[in-house]
Design a protein around this ligand. Structure first.
Ligand SMILES: [Zn+2]
Length: 291
């Protein structure tokens, strides 16, 4: 089964829910970055949250960037998503080995430490929208919940989970975001609050073999959910030689001449897919001639 996000409304359209299965996407991130389990969880939860937020973007050129910076050994991460729900990301330190939490879970908060979460939405306007919050838990889902309440004034419930297998590949990954509109009445709000106290974790539900439809039923099944659509999710890096060459040109003529005088070659690295682009002496001379 390929990754997708299920979008639905419930309680007479006074609430909306997004349920995501992102196992292949997060496993692709692991394949690129060879992250240790706790960083796979940190990156995977953020990729899942960003995928859902990407699906909320209106137009094709809109881009969402989530940046986490912390003082823990993992240092942080960057993830981007667009409205076609193509996501990509990387961690600042992919290999972090810290003890599990007392409950046996990966200590994502311990790996990230204290810091900030910044969400940038480039919506094609003059200035991008920027929202920043302090990390309230460092476990990502709670931080996104806080972000939605603080920066977007939307009451939300966020659950994100990644289960790493013994061979470090991704066994399960997914999540959901539930948001209430101002039209939601008290009964819906308290019903949802009760549900969130007792609901199983996303990874547990996925482990039991549930798909997004069944998770939808577990969460808001008794509030007349209406499925809107299903959107495929994929890990996609849009880097190519032309793009990288532009970045090389942007360092300036003098810098390029310096490279020719010293290293005689340049290698540019894409953080998102770990690909290297080599530019030989000849390549750099050609670039300079064309300028
Ligand atoms: Zn790339």
């Amino acid at each position: 089964m390929k990754d997708y996000i299920l979008r639905a409304t419930f309680a007479n359209d006074s609430g909306r829910i997004f349920v995501a299965d992102t196992r292949e996407t997060v496993n692709q991130a692991f394949e690129y970055h060879k992250t240790s389990p706790v960083m796979t969880a940190a990156l995977g939860r953020t990729l899942t949250g960003a995928a859902i937020m990407g699906s909320m973007l209106k137009s094709d050129d809109d881009l969402l960037t989530v940046t986490i910076k912390g003082d823990g050994p993992g240092a942080g991460l960057t993830v981007t998503a667009n409205n076609k729900v193509q996501v990509k990301g990387y961690t600042y330190n992919p290999v972090v080995d810290i003890p599990l939490k007392q409950n046996g879970k990966l200590d994502v908060a311990g790996a990230l430490g204290f810091g900030t979460m910044t969400i940038i939405k480039d919506l094609g306007l003059k200035e991008p929208y920027v929202g920043q919050i302090p990390l309230v838990s460092g476990e990502i889902a709670e931080d996104l919940t806080y972000y939605f309440a603080k920066s977007e004034q939307v009451p939300s419930a966020v659950s994100l989970g990644v289960l790493v297998d013994r061979d470090y590949t991704v066994k399960q990954s997914g999540g959901f975001i539930i948001q209430l509109l101002p039209s939601a009445d008290e009964e819906v709000i308290s019903k949802l609050e009760e549900k969130m106290k007792t609901i199983k974790s996303v990874t547990q539900m996925l482990e039991e073999g549930m798909d997004c439809e069944q998770i939808l039923n577990e969460t808001v099944g008794d509030m007349e959910p209406k499925i809107l659509d299903r959107i495929p999710v994929e890990y996609y890096c849009n880097c190519d030689r032309e793009r990288v060459e532009k970045a090389l040109i942007s360092v300036g003529r003098k810098e390029l001449e310096d490279i020719l005088a010293t290293d005689k070659q340049a290698t540019l690295h894409c953080h998102f897919c770990n690909k290297d682009y080599h530019f030989s002496e000849e390549d750099i001379k050609n670039i300079l001639e064309r300028q």
